[in-house]
Design a protein around this ligand. Structure first.
Ligand SMILES: N#[N+]C[C@@H]1[C@@H](O)[C@H](O)[C@@H](O)[C@@H]2O[C@H]12
Length: 452
């Protein structure tokens, strides 16, 4: 792909360019070498939960192909790679005994990345809770804060001096909204009462891990939040009230306590009798100072008042004037700029990293030239990188961008039906093919944005 270096979108010196994945979505072999089951092994093997009956049993076979995938990262000019560790691969019961073979997989991966000149960014938890802990209540059991800190300590100590940037938990809101409120994700519960408790324990676990990191770890630690900015469907007061509820339930439910502000007041309006308050000591633990914050960003939404839409009483209005991805998400890059400026203000200027941004499109079969032409993903990538650059111009301390995703992978309960990768994966042969979007991204990295 020939692109001209315009220089109009040069990013700051040292801006970190990478790509992201998650253990259950790419590794496969989830029960190999002494690993314990996770809630996603159970959920994906429960009939009716997964599109086309897909599971993560093989996925991208990254557990066996990790060397090849590091070579792929080098061809993409990646400077960093954001991956997650499978808790039950390292601690089969989630607590107590360590599975040395499971830990050794990540040890080889980290060393391979460092040898390739690629910085490893490690996420402790990306949704795959050990099934043995779920049997003890999982995120509903307050003891999980200590279990999580103990697990974190194993990794902090093992990778001290090699992994310098740590993320505790990926997208608390999705874990709770999908896994405990609406049941679309593991462990598949549907209870507002449980959602409040699970969300609170996730935040407590984050705080406990940060405290433990300060005792035994080295480097920087933060959390990764999904933020979807809400724009009211009209200037009617009821639509603004709906926007506030939707913003509180998705964007501020976790951000506000992390920043020491407690739960947003609208949460009690959303959850009613299921809303719970908690001891101040919990909120002190949750608001442990962190070094950075990850932003997973895909789209915005435009809610209107909808009294029948439980529990938020708000429903997005489709913005038909803009393109939508295969996951039904509006393409609206200016909202990324708005979000980055808002998050910069909300976190009092904490260093930010876009830890995920990408799009799912139908990818045509390989062209006669062997290439995978994905023009929509190319456009999405270009325009969202420009939006991120605009935010830096507005004073946001944005440190890096991790494309979601390095590989086409298991899109959770949507199975393999949605392809987010800048690299195509043939799930029958496991052949990787860098898409046009990946070729562009390699040039963006090489020119530090100059080709945009
Ligand atoms: N859906 N979608 C794509 C992507 C998902 O694959 C990631 O695992 C999550 O962190 C986040 O939801 C975003």
């Amino acid at each position: 792909m020939i692109t001209k270096d315009t220089g109009n979108y040069l990013f700051p010196e040292g801006f970190l360019w990478g790509a992201a994945t998650a253990a259950y979505q790419i590794e496969g072999s989830s029960m190999a070498d002494g690993a314990g089951a996770s809630i996603w092994d159970r959920f994906s093997h429960t009939p009716g939960n997964m599109r086309d009956g897909d599971t993560g049993d093989v996925a991208c076979d990254h557990y066996n192909k990790w060397r090849e995938d590091i070579q792929l990262m080098k061809r993409l000019n990646l400077q960093a790679y954001r991956f997650s560790v499978s808790w039950s691969r390292v601690m089969p019961e989630g607590r107590g005994a360590i599975n040395e073979k499971g830990l050794a997989f990540y040890d080889r991966l980290v060393d391979g990345l460092l040898e390739a000149g690629i910085e490893p960014l490690c996420t402790l938890y990306h949704w795959d809770l050990p099934a043995a802990l779920d049997d003890r209540g999982g995120w509903l059991n307050p003891d999980i804060a200590d279990w999580f800190a103990d697990y974190g300590q194993v990794l902090f100590e093992k990778f001290k001096g090699r992994v310098k940037t740590w993320g505790t938990i990926n997208e608390p809101w999705v874990i709770v909204d999908g896994g405990y409120l609406h049941g679309a994700l593991a462990p598949g519960h549907r209870s507002a009462f449980e959602a409040m408790i699970a969300g609170h324990n996730i935040l407590r676990a984050h705080g406990a891990a940060v405290k433990r990191f300060r005792q035994v770890g080295e480097g920087d630690i933060g959390i990764v939040l999904n933020i979807e900015p809400k724009y009211p469907a009209s200037d009617r007061p009821e639509d603004e009230a709906a926007r506030r509820r939707a913003d509180a339930q998705m964007n501020r439910w976790f951000l506000d306590p992390l920043m020491g502000r407690g739960y947003p007041q609208e949460l009690e309006d959303v959850y009613g009798e299921a809303y719970r308050d908690f001891p101040q000591a919990d909120f002190d633990l949750i608001a442990q100072p962190t070094d950075w914050m990850g932003l997973n960003w895909y789209t915005r939404s435009v809610p209107e008042n909808a009294p029948d839409a439980w529990p938020v009483r708000a429903r997005p209005v489709k913005q038909v004037q803009h393109a939508h991805t295969e996951t039904g998400w509006e393409v609206y890059p200016p909202a990324l700029t708005d979000t980055l400026v808002w998050l910069h203000e909300q976190t009092n200027g904490l260093p930010l990293m876009i830890t995920e941004n990408g799009s799912a499109w139908y990818d045509p079969p390989h062209a006669i030239d062997g290439r995978v032409h994905d023009p929509m993903r190319v456009e999405y990538l270009k325009n969202h990188l420009k939006a991120a650059h605009d935010a830096i111009g507005k004073g946001v301390d944005l440190r890096g961008y991790m494309a979601w995703s390095l590989l086409d992978n298991l899109e959770w309960s949507l199975g393999y039906s949605k392809r987010f990768g800048i690299t195509h994966v043939n799930f029958q042969t496991q052949e990787r093919t860098i898409k046009d979007s990946g070729l562009l991204y390699a040039e963006v990295i090489k020119s530090n944005g100059g080709v945009l």
